[in-house]
Design a protein around this ligand. Structure first.
Ligand SMILES: O=c1ccn([C@@H]2O[C@H](COP(=O)(O)OP(=O)(O)O[C@H]3OC[C@@H](O)[C@H](O)[C@H]3O)[C@@H](O)[C@H]2O)c(=O)[nH]1
Length: 426
């Protein structure tokens, strides 16, 4: 069933239209048109073609404006045989032509994951040489399949718990399962990944003199007693609970990072990432945003854990990638919180997701089979009660602050999953 074309107009927190992401800062220009990025993850009927965009900034952009459909391979679902046909790409999305002095060799561990794949899109479009290392435990080749075969791109199946040798200028070290059900599935492997993986990648950074950025997490603050959380807060973590493999793993990864900085002069960056959502989150990921959207789209009841009074602050993926690139290219070597300060109780958030799913369904003329209810299930052990980032440091040091409203981000993510449902892959 083909949906009617729905041009998406995305407004930022001040009500201005968002037509590009990235920025020109610290002598580093990383602005990319949103239309180009969307052409890599949203299905064609949701993508506004360049011709439809009347906004001036795009016309002046140094990136070529173009239509959308041809940069994703088609996946055609055959319901009778429950099979899927993939097509190959005939043309890659255009990438900037950089002189060798500016072009960087960038390693992204976990580059086939949710965050990694969006970072890879950005770095590729900006014209860098990108190597993805991933063991595909939670990542998926499909997230970056639109770059496979591109001369600037390389993908290696490798587990970071084993050493990896390559020449590179920058390392974004993201490899680690991040969803509570996934990282608790094999707790020993999770902490091993955090420790051994970070040790190996820091060793590589030391040898190559590459700048090293680690994706740390708000989970290092545990169930915080300080609200909102600043980078100076030492945290409140249960070292033997079921979340410890991730929380303590990331804490020790930070310890290693600053150990290599002090002892070996490695140039390090630490991003403490707060709850982030967006397209390409695995629908079976188990985290709250993907669970709620998929449940509401399928007409299933939405599962709130506990009484739903616990809070989280949700950031859209493009803001996070902006923050990570800003951090990598800044002089800030202290930890930096990257997150959105808009805090919701999980109960309120369930209602917001339901409302947005219904809005998109109404716009596309989808008839709902039943009304979705919110049901309550037991709260997981050690689930943090309140979480909101203090992002003063990011604002001052990186001149970064989130632009996407939760509503705008959710709407785009709903469209992404809805298109996947229609093509049969959800
Ligand atoms: O279906 C669900 C899933 C989750 N939840 C609740 O929603 C809240 C958020 O849960 P998520 O699993 O999305 O994420 P958490 O905040 O617990 O952990 C996350 O924190 C930051 C990141 O580093 C990690 O991605 C992840 O560990 C929790 O209170 C959880 O209990 C539900 O109410 N229903």
């Amino acid at each position: 069933m083909a949906a009617a074309p729905t041009p998406i107009k995305t407004l930022d927190k001040e009500g201005r239209e968002i037509t590009s992401v990235g920025f020109d800062r610290f002598g580093f220009d990383c602005e990319v048109s949103l239309d180009v990025l969307r052409s890599l993850y949203l299905r064609p009927h949701y993508i506004v073609s360049a011709n439809d965009i009347d906004a001036a900034p795009l016309a002046n952009s140094q990136h070529v404006a173009f239509g959308s459909a041809e940069y994703q391979s088609k996946s055609i679902f055959h319901p009778d045989t429950k099979s899927i046909s993939y097509t190959t790409l005939s043309r890659f999305a255009p990438v900037k032509l950089l002189p060798p002095s500016v072009r960087k060799r960038i390693l992204v561990t976990g580059g086939a994951g949710f965050v990694g794949s969006h970072l890879v899109d950005r770095l590729m479009i900006l014209g860098h040489e990108v190597t993805v290392v991933d063991n595909f435990f939670t990542g998926s080749k499909t997230t970056v399949s639109h770059w496979i075969g591109h001369p600037n791109f390389e993908m290696v199946r490798h587990d970071v718990v084993e050493p990896f040798m390559i020449e590179c200028d920058q390392i974004y070290h993201l490899a680690c399962p991040a969803s509570p059900p996934h990282y608790q599935f094999n707790a020993v492997k999770t902490i091993k990944t955090s420790f051994m993986g970070t040790l190996n990648m820091l060793g590589l950074a030391k040898r190559t003199k590459a700048r090293f950025l680690i994706s740390s997490t708000s989970e290092i603050y545990g169930d915080p007693e300080v609200h909102p959380q600043t980078e100076d807060y030492w945290g409140h973590v249960n070292p033997i609970g079921p979340r410890a493999c991730y929380d303590e793993g990331k804490r020790v990864a930070e310890t290693l990072t600053y150990g290599f900085q002090r002892q070996d002069g490695v140039d390090v960056r630490v991003a403490r990432i707060f709850n982030t959502y967006g397209p390409r989150m695995n629908p079976a990921d188990g985290r709250v945003v993907s669970n709620f959207i998929v449940q509401a789209l399928k007409g299933e009841d939405m599962t709130v854990y506990g009484d739903g009074k616990q809070t989280r602050s949700f950031q859209y993926i493009h803001d996070l990638v902006d923050g990570m690139i800003a951090l990598m290219n800044s002089d800030e070597s202290r930890p930096v919180n990257i997150g959105n300060g808009d805090e919701f109780t999980i109960g309120e958030f369930a209602e917001l997701v339901r409302e947005i799913v219904e809005k998109v369904q109404d716009e596309d003329g989808v008839k709902r089979t039943r009304s979705v209810k919110i049901i309550y299930e037991p709260i997981p052990t050690d689930d943090p009660q309140r979480r909101r980032p203090d992002t003063t440091r990011a604002k001052e040091s990186l001149k970064w602050q989130p632009r996407w409203t939760v509503r705008m981000g959710l709407e785009e993510m709903v469209r992404y999953y809805k298109a996947k449902m229609e093509e049969g892959s959800l």
